[in-house]
Ligand binder design. Structure first.
Ligand code: SAH
Length: 367
């Protein structure tokens, strides 16, 4: 039994079963034993590989997206550039290198990173050394500056934000909790949630028995959106998930590039749940629009990933050429590629013109 398991056991023994979000938060971010606090999980030798670790093309295109949105904003002299959950800092490094094509952008950038893990903050510091004059780290969005326009990006950030789960049983809704049998086990809280079904999209009601619904606290996103509402700007989130709200238990543990049991060896596997893009887009209001989601294939395609791959291939040695083609397929191809399962959603202040990468995308938040 690992130390975190002992601690969670003691917690449940004294307080009773804990919510799924509490369990997830402890596994990922416990100050001593949390998954992201104790390791750098990315890449072939780690637990999973993210898009920026697959190819430089991903970060480069997002860098150009940022610079172009800054230009559409009227090229303000100061822009707060935020990345939520930067991992190793690879995306930001590639982004800032590529964004040099737009004169003036880097001079305007003030870089702010939202990262809870001290170990990953250190990784980011090393990766971005010499790229920008200074970096400010934040444990949450509420301490970001709110006196300048803001551009925010986050890749596979939202999937790591804890979810709560609810289940309908014998016609009534209960919260799912993590309790103790011999090992940790999911169970239903005895309390009834009589109004729960009313909070679901009409389309999903009446819900069938056995339905599970997940709900995520999106505090870091609202912190970013309130700043965009006040000072202008935009945000881009890329993640895996479903375009429309639906039923299903999507809590997933990944360890050593393989699925693991979410309730086993807490803190030693990555724990995520799919992003509900309909719920995310619902954060839009009359001043900040939500645009999308569009598939990662569509988004990167519109930004010109095929042309970028051609240029890289032309300049590459033979053995690298095949690598570039494989990376491209992983980023935009159908499953097992990321092209359909991963999606991009942007938020933009209402004064901004249409954003690159989102031609033909659904817009919500207009009155
Ligand atoms: N964007 C990176 C890493 C994705 S993993 C990439 O694409 O490779 C998730 C990242 O979010 C990690 O850096 C993790 O430490 C960070 N993170 C997870 N939950 C967080 C939270 N609640 N607040 C701030 N950072 C968080």
């Amino acid at each position: 039994m690992n130390a975190l398991e002992r601690e969670i056991r003691a917690l449940i023994e004294t307080q009773g079963p804990i919510s799924v979000s509490r369990y997830m938060a402890l596994c990922l971010a416990h100050p001593e034993y949390g998954y992201y606090v104790t390791r750098d999980p990315f890449g072939a030798g780690g637990d999973f590989t993210t898009a920026p670790e697959i190819s430089q093309m991903f970060g480069e295109l997002i860098g150009i997206w940022c610079a172009e949105v800054w230009r559409l904003m009227g090229a303000p002299a100061r822009i707060v550039l935020v990345e939520a959950g930067p991992g190793r800092g690879t995306l930001m490094k590639d982004a800032l290198r590529a964004a040099k094509v737009l004169p003036g952008f880097l001079d305007a950038v003030e870089l702010h990173l939202i990262e809870t893990s001290p170990l990953l903050q250190e990784r980011q510091r090393e990766m971005l050394h010499g790229v920008v004059p200074s970096i400010a780290w934040h444990g949450e969005a509420n301490t970001l500056p709110d006196d300048a326009p803001l551009l925010a990006i986050g890749n596979e950030f939202i999937d790591a934000l804890p979810v709560d789960q609810f289940e309908k049983k014998a016609g009534r809704w209960h919260e799912r909790k993590v309790g103790l049998g011999i090992d940790f086990a999911f169970g239903l809280d005895a309390a009834l949630l009589p109004d729960f079904e009313k909070s679901l999209p009409d389309r999903l009601t009446p819900a069938p028995d056995g339905a599970v619904f997940e709900r995520r606290a999106l505090g870091p996103v609202t912190g970013i959106l309130s700043r965009i509402e006040k000072n202008g700007g935009a945000a881009l989130f890329v993640d895996y998930g479903h375009a429309e709200s639906g039923f299903g238990d999507t809590l997933q543990a990944v360890r050593g590039h393989d699925y693991a049991e979410p309730l086993e060896t807490p803190g030693e596997a990555d724990l995520t749940a799919q992003v509900d893009f309909e719920a995310l887009a619902a954060l839009a209001n009359k001043n900040v629009r939500a645009i999308g989601p569009v598939s990662q294939r569509e988004f990167l395609g519109q930004l010109g990933i095929e042309a970028r791959a051609d240029i890289l291939r032309r300049n590459a040695k033979d053995e690298m050429r095949a690598e570039i083609t494989i990376s491209l397929e992983r980023l935009i191809g159908p499953a097992p590629g990321m092209g359909e399962m991963f999606k991009a959603l942007a938020f933009a202040h209402k004064d901004l013109p249409p954003l690159p990468g989102f031609d033909g995308a659904k817009v919500s938040g207009k009155i």
